[in-house]
Design a protein around this ligand. Structure first.
Ligand code: 3PG
Length: 209
């Protein structure tokens, strides 16, 4: 599956999840699916992240499960072995681009600057994460890129919430936004599955072009 298809499937929101306890991954996957979520990104920022990816895939096979915060080829390989279906990295590096080819792993790399975007384009990328969206220049910067990088599709992530998501989604070069607000770490820890389902359903009901 290519990254464009993954972003289209996620639209309007790609949930960015940080899971401390892998035992909670399966019920979390159920809660996401109940709210209409079809894609999830698990950040590799906790010791149980890889185990959580495997658990979510097993619990809800129709959910597309990828990994975020993928910084090295070794992390990408671990994601692949756990059944992860895509990788997201905060920045773009040639080493990670090579690893994505070697492991046949769809990669959504992060960019901010025009130079980073050009480097990614030179490697054949058309779908990029814009990170950290709000602190890097937000909607204004992304809008500036629309006329220059006409074929590039962005998934802005970082600081996006219900209050500003529509401003991003209104841009013609934005396919979906990423964010942790749909399944906050605190609600996961509290096992508030209904609360998460409600947040997800609310986010998924947003209109997207
Ligand atoms: C992250 O860095 O965790 C992701 O970009 C999500 O950011 P957010 O918590 O601001 O949504």
């Amino acid at each position: 599956m290519n990254v464009r298809t993954i972003l289209k499937t996620a639209a309007p929101v790609m949930p960015v999840l940080t899971i401390d306890n892998p035992a909670l991954a399966a019920p979390l996957a159920d809660a996401l699916a109940a709210g209409g979520m079809r894609v999830a990104e698990i950040t590799l920022r906790t010791p149980g992240a890889i185990e959580s990816i495997a658990a979510m895939r097993k619990a809800v096979p129709e959910l597309l499960v990828g990994a975020g915060t993928v910084l090295t080829p070794e992390m990408m390989l671990a994601v692949k072995r756990a059944g992860g279906q895509f990788a997201v990295s905060p920045g773009f590096t040639e080493i990670l681009a090579d690893a994505a080819i070697e492991y046949q792993m769809p990669l959504l790399p992060g960019v901010v600057t025009a130079g980073e975007i050009q480097t990614a384009i030179e490697r054949g990328y058309k779908d990029l994460k814009f990170f950290p969206a709000e602190s890097a220049g937000g909607v204004t910067l992304l809008a500036s890129y629309a006329s220059v990088f006409r074929d590039i599709c962005f998934c802005p992530t970082g600081g996006i919430k219900p209050g500003n998501m529509n401003d991003y989604l209104a841009l013609k070069n934005v396919m979906c936004v990423g964010g942790s607000w749909v399944a906050p770490r605190k609600l996961i820890e509290a096992k508030d599955w209904q609360g998460i389902t409600n947040l997800v359903a609310s986010a998924q009901s947003t209109n997207c072009h």
